[in-house]
Design a protein. Structure first.
Length: 612
């Protein structure tokens, strides 16, 4: 809705619309339907949570915004200024806007709802708001989720829900979804009213048809908008410009004006500020360009993606995101045509928040020669042929036959034997095809002597680690520290703060339990949080905070073990809950370093292995 020139004019127009609607279809059944003037309405709007003076011609809307009054609260009427007798006269409001650029959308919705409530003698006692949220899904819409939760659990203390129009529920492609949310409200005894619609929500045939048409138009609007955006992006790509792809290692996004004169290099999160400007891709810093050339050269020498990633991490070469290198990142660089000067668009699409779809090559949009190449076409083609030769399609029957042959030759099977045997698919390939390595062993009649208790629970512990990351981030946020969480890492800014590892107990007769920390060579950042499991690997024993300097050295193997005696001797901090762990991390960041970290600085060469 277009922003009004002033709150008084907007409120005056809202009252006229509501009066006109009541003349045509009749007023709502309300004990005291009031007829108020626009000045009285604005006087009522002045009795908000933040006191606003009675409107004067010199007080314009922009001054109201600049005065520091929050827009989401400024148009919510105080409970003290409205009658609160019957439940039917208590109302909640739900407002939503799709993008952050719609500055006045929420304010205008709340202004019209406030006018509607004043005319019909309703007191707005609750506000549910989703700002800058897409209407295609209920996911990530905390306001709507809280509304449905309050209504369905019986905690809603109001009898009516005021919504600007039907499309505010969402532009769902399934028309029954928004109807379902309205039904949940109605089932709980909460009446839904659409303040800006021309029909009355009274279950009549006209009302039912009107809502269905509005929902259809809302869904169709999203489909049309998606098609227009895709056509616009395709046109921009064909002109040789980028349309918002994330930054790639070795490349940078450059902002140019209408005449393609450079303005600046866009960093992560930065976007263009003029519609007439364009973004093009150019080569990145010289050291990143050199790394890209080195990756292609090593691939031609027969080095695997895993070897290249390990070598880059060993040399502490930083990625564009701050994460450590991995085989997937190396593979994406080797497959990226941008390094030979081509832009490729529409390889993968995800329309209307639906699932990702890999489009066939004939639907790709390829623009050649719009980027300064980093590697030659001949080198790129040789690498593509080499990558294609590494992928060989064999049937599951053949996979089992080769595994059985390896068993007869080696006498036993382990992950290391499978990965090192020439002509045998890797361990993860068997996992993808058969669900587990034990199932593949069972199909060939082999029983491993290894204890698989931890392996059975490995996937669930990965989920527990991801949950722990989010909990620690939430605790640190309450303590005033901004952090981001991934699956097994916690970031503060671009720095990796914490790495999370699960350590199970290894039991040996007559010895203390040993706890093995896996994947140590992939650790980056300041600390490692070791989640120690009980002897049965069924629950968490405690959390150990260990500085990275005590674990990682150039000759460190991909797994370090320690005992309780070693932990106490080295002074590693131990915590019994995520809350205590977060408090300890916050305290360590505040005072400088933990006791273990100070010891690590004093003797950086001391390893856990020496203290067993």
């Amino acid at each position: 809705m277009r922003a009004a020139s002033s709150p008084a004019r907007f409120a005056r127009r809202a009252v006229q619309l509501i009066r006109f609607r009541d003349i045509i279809i009749g007023p709502l059944s309300c004990p005291t339907t009031q007829v108020i003037s626009s000045r009285r309405l604005w006087r009522t709007c002045g009795a908000f949570r933040h006191e606003i003076p009675i409107f004067k011609p010199s007080l314009c809307w922009s001054k109201l915004v600049r005065s520091g009054v929050p827009m989401a609260n400024a148009l919510t009427i105080k409970k003290d200024h409205l009658p609160r007798g019957e439940l039917e006269r208590r109302a909640a409001q739900y407002v939503r806007m799709s993008t952050d650029k719609q500055v006045y959308s929420i304010a205008n919705q709340m202004a019209l709802i406030a006018a509607y409530a004043s005319v019909h003698g309703l007191a707005i006692v609750e506000t549910y708001s989703d700002e800058g949220k897409s209407g295609l899904q209920i996911k990530n819409r905390a306001g709507l989720q809280r509304l449905i939760r309050d209504v369905t659990t019986g905690s809603a203390d109001y009898g009516q829900l005021l919504v600007y129009d039907v499309s505010r529920w969402g532009r769902f492609q399934d028309l029954d979804e928004s109807a379902h949310y309205e039904f949940l409200c109605r089932q709980a005894g909460v009446k839904v009213e659409y303040c800006a619609e021309e029909f009355k929500n009274d279950f009549s045939t006209a009302s039912t048809l009107g809502k269905y048409i509005k929902r259809t138009l809302a869904a169709d609007f999203s489909r049309d908008l998606s098609a227009r955006v895709h056509a616009c992006h395709s046109r921009v790509i064909r002109q040789g410009f980028s349309v918002g792809a994330p930054r790639t290692y070795g490349l940078r996004r450059e902002l140019v004006d209408q005449k393609q004169r450079p303005r600046q290099i866009l960093e992560k999160g930065e976007v263009k500020f003029l519609q007439s400007d364009r973004v093009r891709i150019r080569q990145g810093p010289p050291h990143e360009v050199a790394v890209v050339k080195w990756i292609f050269a090593q691939c031609l020498k027969g080095k695997t993606d895993e070897w290249i990633a390990r070598d880059l991490n060993r040399r502490e070469v930083a990625t564009s995101t701050g994460h450590p290198w991995n085989s997937a990142l190396v593979y994406r660089i080797l497959k990226n045509e941008a390094f030979i000067g081509n832009l490729v668009y529409n390889r993968v699409s995800r329309k209307l928040k639906g699932p990702r779809v890999f489009n066939p090559p004939d639907q790709w949009i390829r623009v050649e020669g719009c980027i300064d190449p980093i590697v030659s076409n001949s080198l790129f083609e040789r690498v593509q042929k080499l990558l294609a030769s590494r992928r060989i399609e064999i049937s599951e029957t053949e996979m089992l036959a080769r595994l059985r042959k390896t068993l007869r030759k080696r006498g036993r099977l382990t992950t290391g034997i499978i990965n090192s045997t020439v002509g045998l698919p890797c361990f993860h390939t068997y996992l993808r095809h058969f669900g587990s390595i034990r199932e593949a062993f069972r199909l060939i009649g082999y029983t491993s002597e290894r204890d698989h208790t931890y392996i059975d629970a490995k996937e669930s512990w990965a989920e527990e680690i991801a949950t722990l990351c989010r909990e620690i981030r939430a605790h640190l946020k309450k303590l005033g520290r901004k952090a981001k969480a991934s699956e097994d890492q916690l970031f503060i800014g671009k720095e990796v703060l914490l790495n999370f590892r699960v350590a199970r107990a290894y039991l040996y007769p007559g010895c203390l339990s040993q706890y093995r920390i896996p994947f140590i060579r992939k650790v980056v950042g300041r600390w490692v949080v070791v989640v120690r499991l009980t002897d049965e690997a069924k629950s968490v024993l405690d959390y150990v905070l260990i500085p990275k300097a005590r674990l990682v050295k150039p000759d460190t193997r991909d797994g370090v073990r320690f005992t309780d005696a070693a932990r106490e001797r080295l002074g590693f901090d131990i915590f019994d809950s995520p809350h205590a762990l977060a408090a300890g991390i916050h305290r360590s960041l505040s005072i400088g370093r933990t006791k273990a970290a100070k010891q690590a600085l004093a003797a950086p060469g001391a390893l856990i292995a020496k203290a067993r």
